[in-house]
Write a protein that binds this ligand. Sequence first.
Ligand code: PMP
Length: 359
Amino acid sequence: MSAPDWVPLRDELRHDEPYGAPQLDLAVQLNTNENPYGPSAEVVASIARAVTDAVGTLNRYPDREAKALRAGLAGYLGHGLDATQVWAANGSNEVMQQILQAFGGPGRTAVSFAPTYSMYPEYARNTHTRWVTGQRREDFGIDLDAALGLIETEQPHVVILTSPNNPTGTALPLDTVSAIADAAPGIVVVDEAYAEFRREGTPTALELLPRYRCLLVTRTMSKAFAYAGGRLGYVAADPAIIDALRIVRLPYHLSVVQQAAALAALGHADELLMRVDELRATRDELAAWLAAEGFHVAQSDANFILFGPFDDRHAIWQGLVDRGVLIRETGPEGWLRVSVGTPAEMSTFRAALKEVVAS
Ligand code: PMP
């Protein structure tokens, strides 16, 4: 798709497509790393009550600084954080774009390590930030020497590390993050969208916040928290960094309804996160099954698994779609990514994959 000539679009956008995984109406949706378990009737009723109260105030603008929600998120994160160290926006997508609006921009460079989340170059494009990628190792970890070399040459204003990484599931050791934070001349962002799914003993970069003023850790309620439809992402950092993000945010970017709903959902964190252990166990079973079937499987600390390689991954993806199973055609050439669903969804996926591979 290209915009027609008469549409006076910026030149660099003319041949771009809107980002997004195909949204196909199939029975088994394993393509966007959502939590497959929706809220209980009790949680639905509680969020609905909070939204009803908020609707009674729709004639007024919301709290621009979302103070109550930020305090709730800080409480959820723990690590001694308070509301001044947390910022929230419409999904961690918006948080990340705000980070590049504030710390990237014309004449500035952002660095990340591929394969990684495919939205990052789009945030860079939208903010006119120069985008540079280093390559991850064959096991999808970050080669620290190569990373430090790239940072030395590029002197990036922003480094984005993703842990666990999408689409590979790879978590980073904290000493890699701290070595990069020691060397980076600017901001280091650790995108921890999938943090709650990490395996026992895998640390969070939140532990490093007291040591690094320019470290930012982003999180989202979209994945483990089972709140993708609510659109709520957030970041923890030094209060001065949070204040810098407040400069670029649109006023009232989080509606009164969004703030009330997210705050109510946070009040049910235990229940919304209840299935995380089960999803981790299902992930490990799926990884073992895929390996036993003879596929290469990337070690995953997230709620998805990258597997392959296939000579024609599109044909495999299409074969699964034809059998009512939607996974994601993403990552290095030949690999596919499947999100972890319910046990029933996993058995449908396994049966469909066996059929497609045999056909
Ligand atoms: N970061 C990573 C690594 C992701 O995989 C995603 C979603 N796929 C996001 C950020 C954005 O999530 P959201 O905007 O729903 O918070």
